[in-house]
Design a protein around this ligand. Sequence first.
Ligand code: ADP
Ligand code: MG
Length: 356
Amino acid sequence: LPLPAPRRIKALAQDVVNKIAAGEIIVAPVHALKELIENAVDAGSTTLEVLVKDGGLKLLQITDNGHGIDKEDLPILCERFTTSKLKAFEDLTSIGTYGFRGEALASISHIAHLKVTTRTKGSSCAWVAHFADGKLASPKPGQSAEPKPIAGRQGTMITVEDLFYNVPSRRRAFRSGSEEYAKILDLVGRYAVHCVGVSFSCKKAGENSGSSMTVPASASVKDRIRQIHGSTAANELVPLSAEDDRWGFKCDGWVSNANYSAKRTQMLLFINHRSVESPAIKKSVEQTYATFLPKGGHPFFYLSLEIEPQRVDVNVHPTKREVHFLNEDEIISVICDELRNSLSKVDTSRSFMTQS
Ligand code: ADP
Ligand code: MG
């Protein structure tokens, strides 16, 4: 076969690059929401309200009472790699906030209609600004793109409309809004369990009850689990703590005891206050439970792992879904030993009670 002639290599146009990057970071509405929740928590918010239309594809709005954004920063707010959180690459090793790349709002502005309303403590009014493709944009043809003053309380409201409007293949891939809404509720529920001291609400626009969720700021972790996952799980929880200086970690959480058994494992996992997946932790915990639960039974567990930041790499996954850390096997085995202890304690007290 004749070799094809090489094609010339050309640089992609900047807007194509930005759209591709955005599509990697925001795969579904829930990924946009995760970034927005983390921004609100980073801003010190104690109230967080989420409003959703059509699974977040039509509307995703999050209102917080955090420190707000200075009016002077609005022009660069949605540019790629603008952030108030990270300065040097080395800071990645000690990062205490959820955000660090300054890419979330930029990405959203490339694939949705984005509006930001914000007010800082020192400001006498709120400011509203619209964004498109990383820049301030005019809300309607002929209007100025400059931020406009309006009345509003301290904090920030981010409104994301028509997500993926300019990525038709992605937009078409979503079968139903209810499937996306279920993912959104699941995510808000996770942060609502973990972020004690913060009130959460999540609802569909135009609906008052039904598939909504609320947690007051004063609720304890256990109350939060009860509210979101029901009493069946909450009544059978025992606390779990483990730590080991050698591996630079500490772990706290609530785990179901041997009386509780569900069809599927429910794992709420936070590593350094970030909701993450970890197939390795899930598998080991399930194996530990296997000897205590009836065949086919699965646990509920919420674990908050704090690992010395310099042992963690948060920058391995575009959606930050997974993180890597040193001595993973050792850390998991310390946690599972502790879990086994606590499960067998409950076990013996039960058999003791039935004997007497
Ligand atoms: P990152 O979180 O990685 O810094 P983002 O694009 O998510 O990047 O946000 C850019 C910047 O906008 C943040 O560093 C922060 O200063 C500001 N910001 C975003 N959301 C909020 C919010 N809800 N309240 C206050 N400031 C915010
Ligand atoms: Mg962020």
